[in-house]
Design a protein around this ligand. Structure first.
Ligand code: WT7
Length: 635
């Protein structure tokens, strides 16, 4: 079923109905695309004019130090001014910004006024604890409103947030804290997941032990179970928020457009995760424009992006994008099928959700429970659907379209990356869709599929997906490692100045793009991006393992699962017990999402003469496919 995604069904076309086209923000995709092509800088300046700036830019784009591009040079702004401050001066003050439902069923809602006030209070708390502009603050917590408030409070005072997804564990957190050199950590006692408590604070304590650069820990009370509070280091959020210092007024720090907003760690080809850096100015323009075009958000909408705020999808399209547009969003804490497989469908009915944005893995997971669960609920409020994270296979696409969208709701299959900040290749509601294709690039985005020399591939031929022009939402650098930024993204086509996405793709006769998957050693498990290097070093950190290699193998629900190959140190014998122990070790060190589905013990690993593991050989063997060109194999 997953393999179907690799064989485009170009003949299948879904035309949007007239009413959708008539109401869409972008009614004429071709015209808007052409406008951007004609004058890229003017086009982005026009989008930027829609936002608030303390001071306007001198130049829209500075290419002089490419690939270190600068956007809206000389401008002063703060993304939180656009996301909150300006709304409370209008009628939006009373509009619901955020609806929250916890997994146990508890509900809360925040008007723009309340969210603004809570953010201000927490911003003042952070300031009083000595957090200054440019300081890095690490956030590791579950999916609750306080996570969003913590992000906004950091940005408001010019601190750089680094959110670590709640599915990561001790060593993964410690590495990220260390890399960012952050002295403050915001966490919670726990999070609810499938009726259980995930003991986040315990994990955070262990991580802090390993990276003692942390001086202060702020703890949100969520699950209420007993936890250890370290005297002089740990503080309860609610205690701090009730101090006189937590005043509800806090001016947004005036930031340069190019000042950093956040670091988000993501996996790359080799070594430790990279801190992808985004800035205030260009990012706010990019996420708000793209969200408006693609999800067409209107004041009447109730929008639900079911991703985790701890990933880029959450940063851009739960937190910043929707708030800048003044939207009403839903945030749900827990698992999709808890306590029953109708939880999501019940949420849609309960809150009258009009736009649902999720991932193929979630769709496939829920599809398995059958049509009866969604059919029990009135889903007629929905008008648009979205997908992100990996290619959506046509079978899942059709189910989503038919059973959830009742053949009325177009599916926005959005292709993008942590690095791109926002949607890059995606339909808008008014274009024709092909199941499994993210369609064409958005206005202002120039992409192509090319061979290793940069020659465009003819339709139907696989190649590298590249971006040929800078865009405002692009990453600015890899935190603390500018060389890696240049090396990873800009070196392969250095002469042409193109950005290398790391994905392989093909175009069809209509110029539609079909993303096939990663070209590098990144594995997508349930849409989560994991680096082989991080999992392998997790395995090797166990005393029994001398060497390890991991690969991704296609899976019906999760897209891919991890297979691990381990060479044991002498004195250790392969056994099922050791296998379980290694899985537990990875769960503990890297996180539950990185646990291999299968561990195989082996005496050798296929390597090149220079010692690089040939994962494609392992993959071919695992899938029982031909091993291909083995001329560089040393083994
Ligand atoms: C990689 C980026 C973008 C937010 C979540 C993922 C894959 C993403 C699609 C899509 C096919 C997709 C690509 C990309 N990907 N969206 N609609 N169709 N593939 O962000 O963790 O940085 O991962 O996800 O391989 O390079 P990320």
């Amino acid at each position: 079923m997953v393999d179907e995604a690799f064989a485009p069904v170009t003949s299948e076309l879904y035309m949007p109905d007239e009413e959708i086209v008539r109401n869409a923000y972008v009614q004429d995709y071709e015209a808007l695309y052409a406008e951007a092509q004609q004058n890229l800088e003017e086009f982005w300046a026009k989008q930027a004019e829609k936002l608030h700036w303390f001071q306007k830019w001198d130049r829209v784009l500075d290419r002089s130090q490419a690939p270190f591009f600068k956007w809206f040079v000389g401008a002063k702004t703060n993304i939180v001014y656009n996301a909150l401050d300006r709304h409370v001066k209008t009628w939006r003050k009373n509009k619901v910004a955020l609806i929250f439902e916890g997994e146990p069923g508890d509900q809360r809602s925040y008007s723009y006024w309340r969210l603004w006030k809570e953010t201000n209070k927490f911003a003042n708390v952070l300031r009083s604890m000595g957090v200054k502009k440019g300081d890095r603050v690490t956030i590791y917590m579950g999916r609750t409103p306080e996570l969003i408030i913590a992000m906004l409070a950091c940005a408001k005072i010019g601190a750089i947030h680094s959110v670590i997804y709640g599915g990561f564990s001790e060593q993964a957190i410690a590495d990220r804290i260390e890399d960012a050199q952050s002295r403050l950590l915001i966490t919670s006692d726990g999070a609810w997941l499938r009726g259980n408590i995930v003991r986040l604070k315990d994990i955070a304590d262990e991580a802090v032990k390993r990276s003692p650069v942390i001086e202060t820990v702020i703890v949100v009370k969520r699950t209420g179970h007993e936890i250890h509070m370290e005297q002089g280091r740990d503080y309860w959020y609610h205690d701090l928020m009730s101090l006189p210092i937590a005043s509800p007024n806090c001016e947004s720090e005036v930031m340069d457009a190019e000042d950093p907003l956040f670091i988000l760690y993501t996996s790359g080809t080799t070594g430790k995760p990279k801190g992808v850096l985004h800035t205030h100015g260009g990012y706010q323009v990019y996420v708000s424009s793209t969200l408006q075009w693609v999800f067409d958000i209107k004041d009447e909408d109730r929008y639900w992006c079911a991703a985790d705020p701890g990933w880029i999808t959450g940063h851009s399209y739960i937190v910043y994008g929707p708030l800048i547009l003044g939207a009403t969003s839903l945030l749900y804490e827990g698992a999709p099928a808890y306590p029953y497989p109708n939880r999501w469908w019940r949420l849609i009915e309960e809150y009258g959700i009009t736009i649902l944005y999720t991932a193929p893995t979630a769709i496939r997971g829920l599809m398995r429970f059958g049509d009866a669960w969604p059919n029990r609920h009135n889903l007629s409020s929905l008008r648009l659907l979205g997908s992100v994270g990996e290619p959506i296979n046509p079978e899942a696409w059709r189910w989503y379209y038919r059973v959830i969208g009742k053949e009325r709701c177009p599916i926005m299959d959005t292709w993008w990356q942590t690095e791109t900040g926002g949607f890059m290749i995606s339909p808008v509601p008014s274009v024709a869709l092909k199941p499994g294709s993210a369609t064409r690039p958005l206005p202002g985005i120039d992409v192509d599929v090319v061979d290793d020399q940069g020659v465009p591939c003819p339709p139907g031929v696989d190649g590298n997906l590249v971006v040929k022009q800078p865009w405002p939402g692009m990453l600015r650098t890899v935190y603390g490692d500018p060389d890696r930024y240049v090396q990873q993204y800009w070196s392969q086509y250095a002469d042409k100045g193109w950005y290398l996405t790391g994905d392989s793709a093909r175009k069809d006769e209509d110029g539609y793009i079909w993303v096939i998957g990663r070209n590098d050693d990144v594995i997508k498990v349930s849409g989560y991006r994991l680096g082989t290097a991080e999992i392998e070093s997790g395995l090797v950190s166990h005393e029994a393992v001398a060497e390890a290699a991991v690969i991704g193998v296609p899976d019906q629900v999760r897209g891919n699962v991890i297979y691990a190959y381990c060479i044991l140190r002498s004195g250790y014998q392969p056994s099922d017990r050791l296998r379980e122990e290694l899985k537990e070790h990875i769960r503990h060190e890297v996180g539950p999402i990185a646990v291999p589905a299968k561990i195989e013990f082996t005496d050798t690993l296929p390597k090149t003469r220079s010692g690089k593991i040939m994962r494609r050989v392992l993959r071919a063997r695992a899938l029982g496919m031909p091993e291909g060109d083995l001329s560089t194999l040393e083994e």
